[in-house]
Design a protein around this ligand. Structure first.
Ligand code: SF4
Length: 259
């Protein structure tokens, strides 16, 4: 299985398809994965294969490591376009997420004021006030919504919480009042004998209605890039992604696709 676990708490800089030159901040341990989803396409692998007993890095460890890297990058004359919270699982699950965001914004302002702070999140904790408040402070609040279909989410994203509903998520995403970007994975293939093609109109149409309701400032769609833990998954085509981009733009919402 060719999956990727990221160093912790800082990795990169790496060139991201979606975000430019990105310095990664991984709030999970570096020897395993901690996520409230268990997506069948996750580049870190299935949760069960990457259990960890190591603790998450503390707020102070993250702050110190980030400052060290930014000092080095400053002396090398290369600064990141973006500081990206991502890595081996769900960043907003960290108990000190809000304080870590505040530290990161302070370090960004001190060392690289032109860089943006981005958070890639599966959005499962946005109903928590401190997570919501922290995400309101970052430049790019990037929320995952792969379909508007609860059965598909259960099959493909596999939330740990049995309380997860698309309706509840959309209601919470609307509270950002446009201060959010929706990220959606489009793919094809089979998982456990079931078709997971979400490029079909029966998935696209309700998803577009949900996007129209949320009114994000942007939508980022993408498809499988690296090897996935399930071997039966396939990329959506460039033509299919471009067609979806056009449908989003017809709602008056900016959209980008990564192939
Ligand atoms: S939300 Fe992200 S980190 Fe979590 S399982 Fe899905 S792809 Fe992996």
């Amino acid at each position: 299985m060719s999956t990727v676990l990221y160093p912790s708490p800082i990795f990169g800089p790496v060139h991201s398809r979606r975000l430019g030159v990105s310095l990664g901040i991984n709030l999970m341990p570096n020897d395993g994965k901690l996520c409230s989803f268990d997506c069948i396409y996750c580049e870190c692998g299935f949760n069960k294969d990457f259990r960890t007993s190591t603790r998450r890095p503390s707020r102070e460890e993250v702050r110190r490591a980030l400052e060290n890297v930014l000092q080095k990058m400053t002396s090398d004359g290369i600064l990141p376009d973006v500081l990206t919270f991502a890595g081996n699982g769900e960043p907003t699950a960290h108990p000190q997420f809000k304080e870590i965001i505040e530290d990161t914004i302070a370090l960004r302002d001190a060392y690289c004021p032109n860089s943006h702070v981005s958070v890639l999140t599966n959005a499962t904790f946005i109903s928590r006030q401190n997570v919501f408040d922290a995400l309101m402070k970052v430049d790019n609040n990037i929320l995952k919504l792969d379909t508007a279909d609860d059965a598909y989410i259960k099959l493909v994203n596999r939330p740990a919480s049995t309380d997860y509903t698309v309706q509840g998520q959309v209601a919470n995403m609307k509270k950002f009042n446009g201060h959010c970007i929706i990220q959606t994975m489009f793919m094809k293939g089979i998982f456990n004998g079931k078709d997971v093609n979400n490029v079909k109109p029966e998935y696209i149409e309700p998803w577009l209605r949900a996007v129209a309701e949320i009114k994000p400032r942007q939508v980022m769609i993408y498809t499988i890039d690296r090897e996935t833990p399930d071997k039966e998954l396939r990329k959506a085509s460039k033509e299919e992604l471009d067609d979806i981009v056009r449908q989003i733009e017809s709602l008056g919402i900016r959209a980008t696709a990564s192939y």
